[in-house]
Design a protein. Sequence first.
Length: 282
Amino acid sequence: MKLWKKLTIMLVSAFGLGAVTMGTAQADTHTDFINRMSQPVLKISRQNHLYGSVMMAQAALESNWGTSGLSTSANNYFGVKGNYDGHSITMSTAEANPSGSMYNTLAQFKVYPSAQASLNDYAKVLRGGTTWNPFLYEGAWRENASSYMTATNIVAENYATDSNYASKLNKIIADYDLHDRFDRTSANSTDADTSTRLTPGVDYANYDGTATVKPGTIKFYNGVPTSTDKAKVIRTKQLANKHVKVMSRGIVTKDQTIWYQVKSGSVTGWIQITDILGLKND
């Protein structure tokens, strides 16, 4: 065999092997990221009635699979600006001017104590929207979006300027079977999509405790009622003087009224803090 042919074969083989090795390493890195984030994504997507596949895909895309400076130094997996409990980091970011041209500038980004805190903050934005429009992402909620693709379209329309953002999310979801892994497994009666009704403009938090319901007629709702979202009253007298399990807290951001999700037997609903006694955090 001539020398140049032998060298050509060797080079092609080397480059081919390198490409395979690089592709395998990348796939392993991506799989490791999904495995590492899977438990908090499942938990938070269930609690907030969001598509876990979309949450995972967006975390991967925004953080470059957990390798971005923001994700490694600030646990910020969604590129969220501002400060979190007073903590922020200044980093360079690309912005678009009115004509559409890109330029680099410095901006403050939130620093989170953990990946779970970043995911919780992201879920809060999708469920609560913005101060000027609490319903901005309602089309991405599982009760409104018939598929994860509907949700990615809503998220892309309001979260990013990249015209290919939705297709990028959908590709990640398809390539790594995220729909089967994160959406189908969360569609059961113990999850938020059937056991709770989440209201825009309400700040939710988990609460593990007990309390006693006040005597008399108590208004008991299937969700936190607000001036713009009238939750249905589902119980009145049945819970009087009952010792109940407290599961969640909801604070209406507009008027700061506090509500608690309580459970008695098989019945779950929300009552205002003024209608319970002896609230105890376990």
